[in-house]
Design a protein around this ligand. Structure first.
Ligand code: 1CP
Length: 351
């Protein structure tokens, strides 16, 4: 049976008349209504665990823009917290975590199956959203990929080059791989529970995949993504999976088949024309307008948006940015991007 929702049609491999659109970090600090709700919640983590308010900020960009999908409001660092790591956010700087770099610290974390009590508010957010979202809007659940989550758990913070995680790989491979396995297993359980709570699509963010060189890319980005995707597909074959190995560059080629995912999300480091030839032949692609256009706007935004839509027009495409929208973005530029994408209808031959 054909699904009515455009995003689900694109994820099933159908070329749609106009690309469906949503935006990474669509609920976020560039929106005044987000800043107001966040102030009401207190800090960022309190907002994540307050199901009513998390559902509210998820809905805000849907009300304002009518995006085709809503991504539940949460963070990839809630899973380390559920595993027993300390996680806090330093205003203006970013996340801080207690580190996991020794056998004792790894041992002190909880077993993968024990994360669900802690994460219950996230499942509740999804349940609220299944009731409150417009019928035509698709609900996306997500998690960080094991490598990306591990980089934060090992360094205790965000790092420009993921140096501490690379170092642990060389200095104590048992701890490194033990941690990767624990995160992988916990992520599978977390995502299955999200699907059971109402997530219709799953996205896995491997934001730091690009720093894995040589065999490490296959071993620590692709293999865990494949393992998670296979486990989700075994239980829920109809739930589409989007994977985002950011910074993969030419290693994006052929990834649908290698990972078994329905959609490969592209960052803005590859051109849409290249992706049409080397990635989209395997299935749906998502992306990849540079986020900076949401700050600068104008003709360049319109031109670049049209170029991406045209380049990917012959196959399944979900329009998105190449990375999250930044706090200094102008909300009017988001509207201009959406209008440009939706006006692209009929630019080429309809299916
Ligand atoms: O001050 C604030 O309000 C916090 C800013 C913020 C927001 C809005 C953070 C802190 N996280 C989020 C929400 C978030 N994070 C979502 C919600 C849904 C949506 O997209 O609207 C999602 C999907 C994420 C995912 C996430 N968190 C990723 C993967 C995607 C990516 O951007 O690469 C990563 C790496 C994080 C960690 C994180 N959380 C927050 C920050 C500032 C960071 C990056 C830290 C760093 O490396 O310095």
């Amino acid at each position: 049976m054909k699904s009515q929702k455009t995003i689900l049609r694109a994820l099933a491999g159908e070329k749609t008349e106009t690309p469906p659109i949503w935006m990474m970090r669509q609920a976020g600090r560039y929106l005044p209504e987000y800043r107001a709700t966040r102030a009401q919640a207190g800090d960022f983590l309190s907002l994540c665990y307050n199901s009513e308010l998390a559902a509210e900020v998820t809905l805000q960009p849907i009300r304002r823009y009518g995006f085709d999908a809503a991504i539940m409001f949460a963070d990839i660092l809630l899973l380390p917290q559920a595993l027993g790591a300390d996680v806090w956010f330093v205003g203006g700087e970013g996340p801080r975590l207690s580190t996991t770099t020794t056998p004792q610290e790894l041992q002190a974390l909880k077993p993968a199956g024990d994360v669900h009590d802690h994460l219950a508010p996230i499942y509740e957010t999804l349940k609220i959203l299944t009731r409150e979202l417009p019928r035509e809007t698709t609900l996306i659940g997500f998690a960080g990929a094991p490598w990306t989550v591990a980089t934060y758990m090992i360094a205790g913070r965000g790092t420009p080059d993921q140096g501490p995680a690379h170092a642990l790989k060389y200095e104590n491979i048992e701890v490194f791989e033990g941690l990767m396995d624990l995160i992988t297993e916990a992520t599978i359980g977390y995502l299955l529970a999200q699907i059971e709570a109402g997530a219709e699509v799953i996205k896995i963010f491997d934001s730091w995949a690009g720093s894995l060189a040589g065999d490490d890319f296959e071993r620590y980005s692709i293999a865990p993504l494949r393992r998670i995707t296979a486990a989700l597909k075994a239980a829920h074959p109809d739930v589409p999976v989007i994977v985002f190995p950011r910074g993969a560059g030419e290693r994006y080629a052929g990834l649908h088949a290698v990972i078994g995912a329905n959609c490969i999300a592209l960052d803005d480091g590859v051109s849409a024309e290249w992706a049409a030839a080397h990635v989209q032949n395997g299935g749906c692609v998502q992306g990849n307008l540079a986020s900076s256009h949401m700050v600068s706007g104008g003709d360049a935004l319109v031109r670049e948006t049209r170029r991406i839509v045209d380049a990917l027009y012959d196959g399944p495409h979900i329009f998105n940015l190449g990375h999250g929208i930044t706090p200094d973005a102008d909300p009017r530029n988001v509207q201009l991007m959406i209008d440009t994408v939706r006006a692209s209808k009929g630019q080429s031959d309809a299916p």
